[in-house]
Design a binder for this molecule. Structure first.
Ligand code: BG6
Length: 479
């Protein structure tokens, strides 16, 4: 196998610290780092080899809610032996010949460039990589990993996609939405398309409505500078949540290839029509006092909206999507709520009328569960709601769920773009979100209490349709 270099532009960024370096550690621990891999970190300030190594160790040993593993010295040593450091400003053309020489000295034929850096540096990076020939795939492959958000609206996403395609081919561009790398999201496809019993029920004959929730019980932390410019809808709605919708509702791909899976995802993403009058924006109390946030900010830290998928299968099935920061609980899930049976035999009993629900719990208490009504064992006829559950963490040997970044780095090395976004997909997501966002810019968000489920207007959005938000249950798949 040809030697490979993974160059991370922005090795001191928040993303590198909380996600990339820990993911590389996990790969080292499981012996998944290719033998001939060199990892090249880049940032602006000069660092000696020793300083860089102690930076990496510090990152791994710092508390990280996304990476709570025990850090083993021998794994750190293996990982560090792969790492190199090169300083340089990404907007300085004289940096790139230096980088080129450095990669040549490593004999790396295959090259991956990871852009963990500010989007306003992208054009400098693309132009200068081309200038020194680092976008050319003559001796091996060249791949670019680029994080969401791709653009800030449809127009800027189209501009960025055009810019990317000026310097790279589509099969070199790995646009990351880390939700696509989540085991729990990928398993929705396996679950739906390899079990015969559920898929026949996934249509408007049986489904009453669908809810998608991504709630976090923490605020924006020290990301105020970024978050205040973006807001929740663009931060997670345009990407993660629309992808959750596509996984839960797309048709079966003809085969499990990048082309076939992406084609089905795009069909869903291009389908729903925005209904801008059915959106509620919220902001948590105290948000304006967060670091690097404008004191008069109208940025949304919560949103809830309604939409429909206009195809035969989901005709007239309302879909409600919400996400927020500083909410009552951290939980990400998709709930498919079924219609009640017509007979309603036990209709006057407690719990009767509680619908069946198929819940894909993305995190925490990861699992796939079916909420059902059963009879309480005994002489009386009494109902109780129960969960039939598949829980990731309780299956011997499969309690370990790989981090999405680990999976996506491996996919990039293997040249598999199935769980990356192509340009059409990203543009469809913006085309859908832009009209809701236009609505946000005309009004102020409703203020909600930290630790709540968002503003009451979000409840009213469902109440108008005679529905209520399902509170994510922590009763199933507890570790
Ligand atoms: C990121 C957003 O893309 O996703 C964050 O920028 C959000 O604001 C995060 O908290 C959620 O990811 P996860 O994997 O923790 O659900």
């Amino acid at each position: 196998m040809k030697s490979l270099s993974l160059t991370i532009f922005g090795i001191t960024s928040n993303l590198a610290q909380i996600k990339l370096i820990p993911a590389l550690y996990d790969m080292a621990e499981k012996d998944l780092l290719p033998k001939n891999l060199s990892i090249v970190g880049n940032a602006r300030s000069p660092m000696t080899k020793e300083e860089f190594q102690s930076y990496l160790k510090r990152v791994l040993l710092s508390p990280n809610i996304h990476h709570t593993h025990v850090i083993k010295d021998e794994v750190v040593a293996t990982l560090l032996s792969k790492f190199h450091y090169i300083d340089g400003n990404l907007d300085d053309p004289t940096f790139y010949p230096k980088l080129n020489d450095f990669l040549k000295s490593l004999n790396s034929a295959n090259k991956i460039f990871y852009l963990a850096t500010y989007p306003d540096l992208y054009h400098h990076i693309f132009e200068n990589l081309q200038r020194v020939g680092l976008n050319k795939q003559d001796k091996g492959y060249v791949r670019l990993m680029i994080e969401k958000p791709i653009g800030n609206d449809l127009k800027s996403a189209q501009d960025l996609n055009n810019l990317l395609l000026t310097y790279f081919e589509e099969d070199q561009i790995y646009r990351l939405d880390h939700y696509l790398g989540k085991e729990t999201l990928q398993n929705i496809l396996t679950f739906r398309f390899s079990n015969g019993v559920f898929e026949p029920l996934i249509n408007s004959d049986y489904i009453d409505h669908i809810q998608i929730t991504a709630s976090e019980d923490f605020g924006i932390g020290n990301r105020g500078g970024y978050f205040d410019m973006v807001g929740s809808l663009k931060d997670v709605g345009q990407n993660h949540q629309l992808q959750m919708l596509s996984f839960a509702t797309m048709d079966a791909p003809s085969e499990f290839t990048n082309e076939a899976v992406t084609k089905e995802r795009i069909k869903i993403l291009q389908n729903p029509k925005p209904i801008p009058e059915k959106v509620v924006f919220g902001q948590y109390e105290g948000y304006k006092q967060e670091k690097n946030v404008d004191l008069n900010s109208n940025t949304d830290t919560f949103y809830a909206f309604k939409t429909f998928i206009n195809n035969e299968r989901f005709k007239d099935v309302p879909i409600y999507i919400r996400a927020g920061k500083k909410m009552a609980q951290t939980a990400t899930e998709i709930s498919i709520i079924f219609k009640n049976p017509k007979n309603r035999l036990l209709k006057n009993m407690e719990f009767a009328g509680q619908p069946n629900a198929l819940i894909y719990r993305i995190q925490p208490n990861e699992g796939i569960v079916l909420k059902i009504l059963t009879k309480v064992p005994g002489h009386e006829v009494k109902l109780q709601p129960e969960y039939m559950q598949y829980c990731y963490r309780s299956i011997p040997g499969s309690h370990y769920i790989p981090d999405p970044y680990e999976k996506l780095i491996i996919d990039t090395i293997m040249g598999d773009q199935t769980f990356f976004n192509d340009s059409k997909e990203v543009e469809a997501q913006w085309a859908f979100i832009d009209p809701y966002f236009a609505k946000a810019s005309q009004s102020k968000p409703f203020i909600y209490k930290a630790g709540s489920w968002g503003p009451k207007e979000a409840d009213e959005l469902l109440a108008e349709d005679g529905k209520v938000w399902l509170e994510p249950s922590m009763d199933f798949c507890r570790i």
